[in-house]
Design a protein around this ligand. Sequence first.
Ligand SMILES: Cc1cc2nc3c(=O)[nH]c(=O)nc-3n(C[C@H](O)[C@H](O)[C@H](O)COP(=O)(O)OP(=O)(O)OC[C@H]3O[C@@H](n4cnc5c(N)ncnc54)[C@H](O)[C@@H]3O)c2cc1C
Length: 422
Amino acid sequence: MKTTRRDFLKLGLAASAALVPVPALAQGAGPRAVVVGGGFAGATCARALRHADPRIAVTLVEANPTFTACPFSNAVIVGLRELSAQQFTYARVAADGVTITRGTATGVDPQARTVTLADGARVSYDRLVLAPGIDIRSGALTGYDEAAAAQMPHAWQAGDQTLLLRRQLEAMDDGGLVVISAPANPFRCPPGPYERASLIAHYLKTKKPKSKLIVLDAKDAFSKQRLFQAAWAELYPGLLEWVPLSKGGAVTSVEPATRTLVTDFGRHQANVANVIPPQKAGRIAEAAGVADRTGWCPIDPVTFESKLQPRIHVIGDAAIAGAMPKSAFAANSQAKTCAAAVAQLLTGGTPSTPKLINTCYSLVAPDYGISVAGVYQPTNGQLADVPGAGGVSPQEAPRATRAAEAVLAEAWFRTITTEVFG
Ligand SMILES: Cc1cc2nc3c(=O)[nH]c(=O)nc-3n(C[C@H](O)[C@H](O)[C@H](O)COP(=O)(O)OP(=O)(O)OC[C@H]3O[C@@H](n4cnc5c(N)ncnc54)[C@H](O)[C@@H]3O)c2cc1C
């Protein structure tokens, strides 16, 4: 059975209420939960912990005063939306009684149960939740470092990088070549590079029609591939070329000075190069000892407690969440599950076995949306797909259906950002 996106939105809201029971708590000083990272995962978790039991003292450590969301940032890149529409403050999170500590967590002492901040301050915890999102895996792509990102933006963490890529596209002459490189799995937002390619193709088609877009891919298959490719054939024939791994798509090095991407099969000199490099869990994960050799964090699928360090939980993109993709929807879903489990563990209770959900919308054009949805449950120590649940948009559908999904995508963004930050 295919569950509709509307069902998932409803399920998501129901889950936030259902997954957070109110545990009985002894009188006296409340237990301390510290959450590092105030993105989709961390801000959700901090609030859900307060809702689970207001006697839990919750501190949220966040590096930035404002959060800048990645979903819909591809629309910012092509001028369909302003970056300000992506930005959210922590005022409502604080209003729930969460102590917001502005700073960057640089270390964790699992024995002393303290988090160290860049200014040397320490914050004590009984349970720690790490939700730091991703960092670029330095050294994984020859020639790509912070300086290279100023020439060949990744725009995979929304903000200045998003605006830089937008300015480069705006400055490019008609007839230019845009190249996107997409990494091997796993990485943040599996459909994201292909949504970006679609919207850049839309921009070129409408503003600079003599231009061309090549996607160099380190994979032979990607999320919602058949839907994307059918839409590309219909909307962007001759404009957008996808080069898979087996046809020489894997970028082995980059030369930022000339915006050149090198593969085993040749060299591509771009006018605009969007390099989406290999990634890893946000660097505090490694400092805390919760990242394994893959760079990501193995977790228990019921509680999201690290398999490497007790009393430290990891949620969102940083976690190895089995079949769940690295998405904002998944991060939000994991955060509620984790908060419910942490609240139980802090008060002597037993976490219950969760079911988690995800839906990812992608825009292929401003009025053309597609989606994928899934339901997940712990199975043999991993989060696995619930068989028969979820699915993708129908392969054959009238344009009205695609337009309706584009509207649903915006509704989803408003719903989740209101739940997390509003
Ligand atoms: C182009 C693009 C499009 C996307 N579109 C969608 C979409 O349509 N739907 C969807 O569901 N997902 C989408 N995603 C994926 C989504 O953005 C991520 O999966 C989501 O942001 C993960 O949430 P998170 O909380 O793990 O990390 P983040 O949202 O990145 O939050 C991490 C937070 O931690 C903070 N932080 C990190 N380290 C520290 C530290 N040491 N100390 C203090 N603070 C720290 C950061 O400042 C940040 O605020 C998209 C991503 C991209 C790049």
